[in-house]
Design a protein around this ligand. Structure first.
Ligand SMILES: Nc1ncnc2c1ncn2[C@@H]1O[C@H](COP(=O)(O)OP(=O)(O)OP(=O)(O)O)[C@@H](O)[C@H]1O
Length: 309
């Protein structure tokens, strides 16, 4: 697969999206005693990154499970080194679309994709494209932390070893754990089982495991839904830092989270057709600040103000 080589380089620091400053839905998360959990704010001087030279260009994407068209006609671009959130009511197809970005839907019997997803201009579903290679470039973090029943070290080293890396593993493991903001907590127990970590630590371990194979894109499917507010805040902080080097797409049910972490937000919903069948649709896609302050579509407004969904 010809994919443009990626060379992570430091990006200027993060901005606070206007959403964070003015969104009507920015309830902070709270500790058990009621005090708000602090999340490092974006840099107020940073402009939202643009969509020139997008990582993905999605055109007329429809996804079927057997005969059922779960998602219909999605067209959008995903920008480089920024965080794109996908929000919408349950069943509107957020996870389905997310899984298309690294061909995880290939693993679901009966799943089929129509339309096109270009990755740096290359057809991601082209005949010549190796889905395994795609998943190296485009990693995924799931809702429930899923460490392997191995040591912390071996979890991180697993991907590089599979890729044939034999030397420098210690450095790779340390760097990935640093990037995932977990090093200080685990550096003295790298040989301990990953299963002994807390849920939040396990999720950061899974992020470190993803980073260790040096992807360009990290897909996150509800990465905080199984975590408490403090662990959630750590992951959100981590996302702000990771977006300096990686392109992140996150599915979240938590609108406050989308408003806090993302540069751009896609709102999806499910329309019911004449036959009474629901199909997921992209309703609106814009800067997060726009979506949460001046949405253009009344369905988006109804959703973000809690009137449906
Ligand atoms: N493996 C599958 N086989 C058949 N139908 C599926 C499969 N996965 C999802 N669907 C259907 O596709 C539609 C979209 O599901 P999807 O999980 O993508 O939505 P979602 O917006 O992520 O939902 P949620 O927020 O509840 O996770 C739903 O009607 C769902 O039942």
């Amino acid at each position: 697969m010809k994919i443009r080589p990626q060379r992570p380089s430091p990006r200027h620091s993060r901005h606070p999206s206007a959403a964070e400053r003015s969104a009507p839905v920015t309830d902070p998360q709270h500790h058990q005693d009621g005090t708000p959990v602090q999340i490092t704010p974006y840099d107020p001087n940073r402009e939202p990154p643009g969509l020139a030279d997008p990582v993905f260009q999605v055109s007329d994407l429809s996804v079927f499970y057997g005969d059922y068209e779960a998602v219909r006609d999605v067209t959008m671009s995903i920008g480089h080194r920024q965080i794109t959130a996908m929000i919408g009511p349950s069943g509107c197809g957020k996870s389905t679309v997310l899984r298309c970005f690294n061909r995880m839907n290939d693993l679901i019997p009966g799943a089929r994709v129509n339309g096109k997803i270009a990755y740096h201009g290359e057809d991601l579903y082209g005949d010549h494209v190796d889905p395994i290679e795609v998943r190296h470039r485009i990693g995924m973090v799931f809702q429930k932390p899923n460490p392997f029943p191995k040591s912390i070290y071996d979890n991180i080293a697993y991907g590089p070893r599979v890729n044939g890396v034999r030397r420098g593993l210690d450095d790779i493991v340390e760097e990935a754990l640093h990037q995932a903001a977990l090093w200080d907590e685990v550096k003295d127990k790298l040989k301990d089982s990953a299963l002994a970590l807390s849920g939040g630590q396990q999720q950061r371990l899974c992020i470190a495991r993803t980073i260790a194979v040096k992807p360009e894109v990290i897909l996150m499917d509800e990465p905080c839904s199984a975590l408490d507010p403090i662990a959630t805040a750590k992951i959100e902080d981590l996302m702000h830092n990771l977006a300096q080097q990686y392109t992140i797409v996150i599915v979240t049910h938590n609108m406050q989270q989308a408003a806090r972490v993302s540069d751009r937000t896609a709102f999806l919903t499910a329309d019911v057709d004449k036959a009474g069948v629901r199909h997921g649709r992209l309703v609106e896609y814009d800067l997060t600040s726009q979506i949460f302050t001046t949405p253009q579509d009344e369905r988006t407004e109804a959703y973000i103000t809690g009137r449906f969904g």
